[in-house]
Structure formats: structure tokens, C-alpha cells
Design a protein around this ligand. Structure first.
Ligand code: ZN
Length: 215
């Protein structure tokens, strides 16, 4: 799925068409699937920067030296829950199945950020990412455009993470009208993997990818 009404490119890989993207759930297959998705959208997999999620608050500022890290192996992966970049070559990527993949974009400076939010790190990681964008790239949160990707909804989870994250973003001065949340619940949608659904149905616990970069 390609989100076109966003000023940068957000790609979401799908369950059936694209398959599992996590090396930890089957390395050979995931590498094959990653190569396929890159080819499908005319992207170079060596320009991907993939995060290894920690459920903590570390934000990684990507430089040109990081290109390809975690894209084809697990050894070079970056351990962080958010990454920011203003390099036009960089495609940030995270792998999720219920947690919130959040793409943040500043049209003025063409800076991008990709955040992994779970119940464990919600408050800390959103704040530390906005802080990093302000500090490193001199960004005004009022200009930020935010896209909340497919994640588990309040219909299938004890906590309304969507509402919490939207509240936190507005508290940090992101404008409500700039927060785009199509409210796609991973448990309900047949397009994305859901950790909770896989567990309840004893299915392989796979991950889909959010890939975020410039057009
Ligand atoms: Zn649901």
C-alpha cells in the first residue's frame, strides 16, 4: 500500500502479497520478500535503514554512513525505536504487528522521522522524537505532518493507543489537522500482521514493514 496524499513516501507491506519482513521470523524468506518489495517500488534495498525495536526511548539520527544497515542482515541493525533523517537517499524502516508505526514529516526541511510506539514507550518515544527533530533540524512541531499506520485498535486492545498518541502529539504542539490516522486495526484487517491475532490462532508471528522516505 502506498500513501499518496503524504508529501513523502510511506509504504506498508501487506500480509498476503508481500509476506513476512522480519529476519527473526525466518531470515531467508524475509530477505527474499524485502528484495521483492524494493524492486516493486523501484527502490534500492541498500538505501534502507532498518531499526531493531527495543520498546524504549532512543532516537537514532541517521547519517549517510548508516545506509543499508539492517537491510540485508541482523548484525548491522540499529537498536532504537525511532530514527530521524534529512538525507534524500535514506529510507527508514520498522517492522511491526500491532504496535504503532508513526511517520513524521516536515515539509519545510524535508526531514523525516519514523517511530515505533508501544504501550511501554508511548510517552517517552514520541516526546524524544519531537525533541530530536527540534534540536537537530530546528523543526517547528506546528509544521509536522504525522501518519499513524496500521496498529491494534481499542476494539481489540485494553488501551486506546491511538487516542493516547494523538493526545501526546497535540500536547507536543503538533496540529490536530496534521495528524492522519486512518484507524486501521491490525487485528481486524486481513492486510497486515497482528501479533495478538497470530498468537490467539497459533499462526506464525510475522511482521509487516513500514518504509518511509522521500519521493
Ligand atoms: Zn480491532
Amino acid at each position: 500500500m502506498k500513501i499518496e496524499d503524504f508529501s513523502a513516501l510511506v509504504l506498508l507491506t501487506t500480509k498476503v502479497g508481500d509476506g513476512n519482513m522480519s529476519f527473526f521470523k525466518g531470515e531467508k524468506e524475509a530477505l527474499k520478500n524485502r528484495k521483492k518489495i524494493a524492486e516493486k517500488f523501484g527502490l534500492n534495498l541498500d538505501n534502507f535503514v532498518v531499526l531493531y525495536l527495543q520498546h524504549k526511548d532512543k532516537v537514532y539520527s541517521v547519517t549517510i554512513k548508516d545506509l543499508g544497515r539492517g537491510a540485508k542482515d541482523t548484525k548491522t541493525v540499529i537498536k532504537a525505536d525511532a530514527a530521524v533523517s534529512n538525507r534524500e537517499e535514506v529510507y527508514l524502516s520498522i517492522l511491526t504487528a500491532d504496535c504503532l508505526p508513526i511517520a513524521v514529516y516536515d515539509p519545510k526541511t524535508k526531514t523525516i522521522g519514523l517511530i515505533h510506539v508501544s504501550r511501554h514507550n508511548l510517552k517517552k518515544i514520541v516526546k524524544s522524537t519531537i525533541e530530536a527533530l527540534k534540536k537537530k533540524f530546528n523543526i517547528n512541531p506546528k509544521n509536522l505532518v504525522v501518519n499513524i499506520g496500521p496498529s491494534i485498535g481499542p476494539c481489540h486492545y485494553e488501551i486506546d493507543l491511538w487516542e493516547k498518541v494523538e493526545k501526546e502529539l497535540t500536547r507536543l504542539k503538533v496540529l490536530k489537522k496534521n495528524i492522519y490516522n486512518p484507524r486501521i486495526c491490525t487485528f481486524e484487517s486481513s492486510d497486515y500482521f497482528s501479533h495478538r491475532k497470530s498468537k490467539s490462532r497459533k499462526l506464525p508471528d510475522n511482521r509487516f514493514a513500514t518504509i518511509f522516505g522521500p519521493r
